[in-house]
Design a protein around this ligand. Structure first.
Ligand code: SP5
Ligand code: ZN
Length: 342
């Protein structure tokens, strides 16, 4: 299986994350991608290519132009305001102070585009996010050209980013950008299956009122897990998209036996939908040792469900999302891909 990877991900390296009233090293760190790359080289999964540049156009098919421009200029505006730390929101248009009109102040613009506060922006964040999206688009090229599957080793991840916000360690929604690009290049229907521990709120929001993308997510229940405000079972799509979103929230301590039952339900939905392409938002934070999550999957379980995904016999694009047990992240990620191939 082809992997697409850009070393420009290292340009995004936030140095602090608020956590339970303290500040910690960010869970989403550059070593994550390095562990995955090392493991897939170790097992000889296949070639590793650098992304081709598809430009801004496929990104702008999903994200608002004003948001993209914000990402491109936020660091310069932040430092011009005299700030020296990583870009951090401190004010939001909250529930009782709704957004009425834009303020040009950089603090207002950061708060307007920030979904939440744990995700830092540094000088190279835009460039890293741009090439992460290009990795997804380049892996898609391989699948559209006839490869059974390809793996976009994206970093930063993407599934929390809706059309015009960043957060949950995500800036550009790589999976959504690839799904939209596939539609723009002739696919009639695309299924996006999100197996990251966290609900894929960004992807859901982007496609919520559309029937050409079936979005399905298995995740920690919003009662107990980030992003808390989305991912309930009764969120099933609206308008033309009614019935084309499916959520499988699961409680703390969920073992693979239970997670797998939800996966099989999701796979049945995908079979009925008969998409031309399957995009997997591949997060490995379902792992029993993940430091910020609470499912109980083991390394062997990743091999197993990789095989179940292959059972759909669909052209499949894997897009890297979360997973924070860094030292085991390579093994777990590559286990899914190897399970798929065998
Ligand atoms: C891509 C991805 O996996 N993003 C995850 C973003 C999670 N951000 C919020 C983390 C909140 C952690 N709270 C942990 C409580 C642990 N007991
Ligand atoms: Zn996650």
């Amino acid at each position: 299986m082809l992997t697409v990877y850009s070393d420009r991900h290292t340009l995004h390296h936030a140095h602090a994350e608020p956590f339970g009233g303290t500040v910690v090293e960010p869970f989403e760190c550059p070593q994550r991608a390095e562990y995955v790359l090392a493991r897939l080289r170790e097992v000889g999964l296949g070639p590793v290519n650098t992304p081709a540049d598809h430009g801004l156009e496929p990104i702008l098919r999903v994200h608002d132009a004003g948001y993209v421009q914000f990402l491109q200029t936020v660091w310069a505006d932040w430092t011009a305001a005299g700030f020296s730390g990583q870009v951090t929101p401190s004010v939001w248009p909250g529930r009782t102070m709704p957004f009425r009109r834009p303020s040009s102040h950089i603090e207002a613009r950061v708060g307007y585009h920030a979904l939440c506060g744990e995700t830092g922006i540094v000088e190279g964040t835009w460039e890293a996010a741009y090439w992460s999206a290009q990795a997804a688009l380049t892996a898609l090229d391989a699948v559209l050209a006839g490869d059974r599957a390809a793996f976009a080793l994206c970093r930063p991840p993407g599934h929390h980013a809706p059309k015009d916000q960043y957060g949950g360690y995500c800036f550009l929604n790589n999976a959504a950008i690839a799904a939209q690009a596939a539609l723009d290049r002739g696919a009639q229907r695309v299924a996006v299956l999100d197996v990251d521990f966290h609900h894929g709120n960004g992807t859901q929001e982007i496609f919520y009122d559309r029937s050409d993308v079936l979005f399905l997510s298995l995740h920690g229940t919003p009662d107990q897990a980030y992003p808390y405000f989305m991912g309930w079972e009764d969120e099933t799509g609206s308008g033309d998209g009614a019935g084309f979103t499916a959520n499988y929230p699961l409680p703390a301590g969920t073992p693979y036996s239970v997670w797998k039952q939800a996966l099989e339900q999701a796979l049945d939905r995908i079979r009925d939908y008969a998409p031309d392409l399957l995009v997997i938002s591949l997060g490995l934070d379902t792992y029993e040792q993940d430091p910020i999550s609470f499912f109980k999957l083991t390394a062997a379980d990743y091999l197993d469900y990789g095989g179940l995904l292959a059972g759909l016999t669909l052209p499949t694009l894997f897009v890297m999302e979360g997973g924070y047990a860094v030292e085991d992240l390579g093994i777990n990620t590559v286990n899914v891909l190897q399970g798929f191939e065998t």
